[in-house]
Design a protein around this ligand. Structure first.
Ligand SMILES: Cc1ncc(COP(=O)(O)O)c(C=O)c1O
Length: 389
């Protein structure tokens, strides 16, 4: 069998009659039938073929195939955004009366889904702390249907032990383990290897890698993904062929991009740790990270995000951000351009100060998505801005 990187690059949509080398963009809403009998056979499920781009399209299928190669998944479904994927990963399985256990530190919109929308359909969630896994099992009830988490979390970079979680499944086989693997990417971490059932992603981040398009994907075991496919087909959150075309091409370079994101981020974290303008820094591959050993066990490298607390609280954070000369101020991450974000006043501003504190955000917290620029320029920009704090 060919190696992962080769399979990633070489798993492509079949060549068209034009014998192109690079896969073309299939901008079409529907696909034709050779004759009436073929149309009937496809609809009867006797023949597998593209029918309509809400169900499947050569570009979205190629994108999904590549993600499956990386994650080690049987099958997957592509969505218009990461949140459409996360929502589908809930709605495909949860019914009135079901209970969910979710890590408190999951992405803000995932919290809104779990805390505000799902209760309308009588699905309730208990939020638990990443750093207190012992407390998770005591929250399991007969109605618990799903456990949902991110590791590393955003922006606190807290980890959950995937091996421990997979072993929990031995005792509770009916609970669906659902991991949002957006921050790590499947190049750095493969939750399915530990017995996790489904993995969801915002492809908008590192899978695109250049801040151009939105996308999401859910992958996992065949029997579970067939439920997600059914949900997706009838609710319509499909990824556009154009976005799939972009994302599919980007995935071919994900491993080499992640290697550079991680080495740049590690260098930034090391510099920040020694700067007098900083109170504390979090990066999974720094020895000072409280779960450093776990990070080394389940992640290939430390990831592209560094979170730190500047001295001087909100005023210090604002002075730092306003002193940056090159790094962009925006709320996205996973871009080739380095990005600085102030979670307390932007991405996580809907949370109360107490809720923010519980997931490791305080007024002086800064999240840097370390890009692919020359490391000298990234470090120079950050350290000069820190001098002004
Ligand atoms: C961990 C995580 N999951 C999901 C999402 C949502 O993705 P999208 O913005 O593509 O809908 C994000 C977006 O920032 C994220 O960081």
């Amino acid at each position: 069998m060919m190696k992962e990187q080769t399979r990633l690059i070489r798993s492509q949509a079949a060549k068209s009659a034009c014998r192109e080398h690079s896969v073309p963009l299939y901008l079409t809403s529907s696909f034709t039938f050779e004759d009436a009998q073929q149309g009937a056979a496809i609809f009867a499920g006797e023949l597998e073929a593209n029918v309509y781009s809400r169900f499947s399209n050569p570009n979205t299928s190629e994108f999904v195939r590549k993600v499956c190669e990386l994650e080690g998944a049987d099958e997957g479904v592509a969505f218009a955004s990461g949140m459409a994927a996360v929502y589908a990963s809930f709605a495909s399985f949860l019914r009135a009366g079901d209970h969910v256990i979710a890590c408190r530190s999951v992405f803000g919109s995932s919290i809104q889904l779990l805390a505000r929308f799902l209760p309308r359909w009588s699905v309730n969630t208990t939020f638990v702390d990443a750093l207190d896994p012992g407390g998770w099992e005591t929250e399991i009830r007969p109605q618990t249907k799903m456990i949902f988490l991110e590791t590393p979390s955003n922006p606190g970079l807290e980890l959950v032990d995937l091996d421990w979680l997979g072993r929990l499944k031995d005792r509770y086989p009916h609970i669906i383990l659902n991991v949002d693997n957006c921050f790590a990417t499947p190049y750095l971490q493969k939750p399915l290897d530990y017995g996790i059932d489904i993995v969801s992603h915002s492809a908008t981040k590192y899978m695109d890698g250049q801040g151009r398009v939105l996308g999401g994907v859910v992958v996992g075991k065949r029997e579970l993904i067939s439920e997600v496919k059914f949900f997706a087909r009838h609710t319509g959150g499909a990824m556009s062929p154009f976005n799939a075309w972009i994302l599919s091409k980007s995935l071919e370079t994900l491993p080499i991009r992640m290697d550079r994101h991680c080495s740049n981020a590690h260098a930034v974290a090391t510099m920040i740790e020694n700067h007098r303008g900083v109170e504390s820094v979090r990066y999974p591959f720094l020895a000072s990270h409280p779960q450093h050993e776990l990070a080394k066990r389940q992640m290939r490298l430390g990831g592209g995000v560094v979170t730190f607390v500047v001295k001087g609280g909100l005023a210090g954070a604002q002075r730092f951000l306003n002193s940056l000369k090159m790094i962009s101020l925006t709320a996205n991450l996973g871009d080739s351009r380095s990005i600085a974000t102030h979670p307390a006043s932007t991405t996580h501003c809907r949370l109360s100060a107490e809720e923010q504190q519980k997931i490791g955000i305080n007024p002086g917290s800064i999240r840097i998505s370390v890009g692919l620029e020359d490391i000298y320029d990234i470090i120079n920009d950050i350290s000069l801005a820190l001098d002004n704090v």
